[in-house]
Each structure stands twice: as C-alpha cells, then as structure tokens.
Design a protein around this ligand. Structure first.
Ligand SMILES: Nc1ncnc2c1ncn2[C@@H]1O[C@H](COP(=O)(O)OP(=O)(O)OP(=O)(O)O)[C@@H](O)[C@H]1O
Length: 257
C-alpha cells in the first residue's frame, strides 16, 4: 500500500456554464511529501483544491484519497476524512467573533476532543510554533496585522495535527523573513507531523523551499510535473517561463473573460 498516492486525481473535469475550468486533471500526490501546484491566474488551481476538499463537485473524473474514491464515501466517512484535513486559506478566514485561541482550537473544540481549559494551553503551544506570544490568544482577529492573521490561520490549520494540509498562497502578504518562517513550518508539518502538504503559490523562492514535487496547471490540465528544487531550470519552456516570470515564452497573457 506504500505506493498508493495520498491523493490521486484522474480526469477531473469542471465547467462553470460554458467555461471549462478543469479539462481532465490527472495528478498523484505522494504521501508524506510536499506538492506545490503552480499556474497562472485563473488556471484552475483553487478549483482543483476545492474539488479535493469536497467544496465543489466535479462534473467528471475521480478523486481518491488513500486509495478510496471520495464520491463513494458515506457522509460519515467524508466527515471523518475532512477531520483529517487542515486548510490555510489565502486570507486567513478567521472568525472575528471568537478570540484567537478559540480560532486556533476551533476544530478540537467543535469535535469535543479537548476541554476549553486545555484548548487555551494548546493554543498557546501552537501559537508559539508560529512565532506568536500566548497573549495574542486573547485578542480578536480584527486586532491583528495581516501577517499575524496568516500565522494564526496556520496555527489553526496545524492544531488538530492533520494528515493532509492545503496551503493557499501561504506567504502572500508576509515580509520575506516571516515568509521563510512560514515555509519552515510547512516543511516541519511534513517532516515532523508526517503530513502530506499541498500548496498553491506564486512565490517561486517559497515553492523551491517547501516543495518536494511540483506540478503546473495550464488551461485546466496538468502540463508538467517534476521536482520543485529546479523550478526555473526544468527544461520545460512553459514551467521555466512561469518560474522566472518572463513575459516572452509559450504562455501568452490572455484577456480575461
Ligand atoms: N464558483 C465559481 N463559479 C463560476 N466560476 C468560477 C467559480 N470558481 C472559479 N471560477 C472560475 O474558474 C476559473 C479558475 O479559477 P481558480 O480560482 O481555480 O483560479 P486560480 O488558478 O486559483 O487563480 P488565481 O491564481 O488567480 O487564484 C476562473 O476563471 C474563475 O473565474
């Protein structure tokens, strides 16, 4: 079973009206590895993630997690799977009505896996991992800077020690040093927690730091897959143009409809 990918996508297709966004996405994501998904704006990265998360139902194709087709799961099985998934949303997506510590331990509290007293201690511990003082736990998310909100979002994503973690633009809006700190935490999630990480990023330095594997999506299809370390020098003209941010190359900017 060790060769079974953590996540296996085959022929994933999704259209919104007449607009085909995913056009047969095939992708294997290795267990306990970090995969970075690259692609231009509007290429279908977030829609792919939302399909895996069960937030969007694909029109066709299969999604297998640990070899199990998610479309065939009972509601209870799907819920159990979701409990094993952590997600860092692009904007943090914190609940403003709850203090930071409750945000961090939201899932553990909702599942009654932890008492409120223990949750405060757990929140302090996880906040320290992302470089925030325990006192931040008593603040409201509205009182935090964007970068702090991002770190709290990361703390929330890892607090329940998930098996799979999705990161949507984890370093956007952070200063370069904090970006490197967050990258280090993502690597730790994989190396220390044994999680499988899937990240969407436009930050190539970050992609090289956090990724074992990388895949590029273009016009709703995976057009390349390889190691993340050599992004920019892969020999694939499309990937290298994208990774180097060059205007000239096979990818032409299209007017957005
Ligand atoms: N719920 C939806 N209804 C209609 N169209 C949608 C919906 N979600 C996404 N789209 C469209 O699907 C296309 C792909 O969107 P997606 O969010 O996956 O892009 P992306 O690759 O993540 O881009 P970016 O890097 O800009 O975030 C876009 O054209 C978007 O407008």
């Amino acid at each position: 079973m060790s060769d079974t990918p953590k996540i296996r996508l085959r022929g994933l297709t999704k259209a919104f009206g007449s607009k085909v966004v995913l056009d047969g996405v095939d992708l294997d994501i290795r267990a306990r590895h970090s995969m970075v998904i690259l692609g231009g704006s509007g290429s279908g990265k977030s829609v792919t993630l939302k399909c895996i998360l069960g937030l969007i139902t694909p029109d066709a194709g299969t999604i297998e997690i640990d070899g199990q087709d998610v479309a065939r799961m009972s509601r209870r099985e799907r819920e159990a799977l979701n409990d094993r998934i952590g997600m860092l949303f692009q904007n943090g997506a914190l609940f403003d009505s709850l203090p930071v510590w409750e945000n961090v331990c939201f899932k553990l509290l909702a599942q009654r896996r932890i008492s409120r007293r223990a949750a405060r201690d757990k929140a302090a511990e996880v906040l320290a991992q992302v470089g925030l003082a325990a006192s931040v736990g008593d603040l409201s998310p509205a009182e935090l800077s964007g970068g702090m909100q991002k770190r709290v979002g990361l703390a929330r994503a890892i607090a329940a020690e998930p098996d799979i973690i999705f990161f949507d633009e984890p370093t956007t809006g952070l200063d370069p040093i904090m970006g490197a700190v967050i990258d280090g935490l993502i690597v730790d999630c994989v190396e220390k927690l044994g999680a499988t990480a899937v990240s969407i990023t436009h930050d190539m330095a970050s992609a090289r730091r956090i990724g074992d594997d990388a895949a590029m999506i273009h016009k709703g299809r995976i057009v390349w897959r390889g190691g993340a370390a050599n992004l920019g020098e892969t020999g694939n003209a499309m990937v290298d143009q994208f990774a180097r941010g060059e205007r000239e190359g096979p990818i032409q900017m299209e007017l957005r409809k």
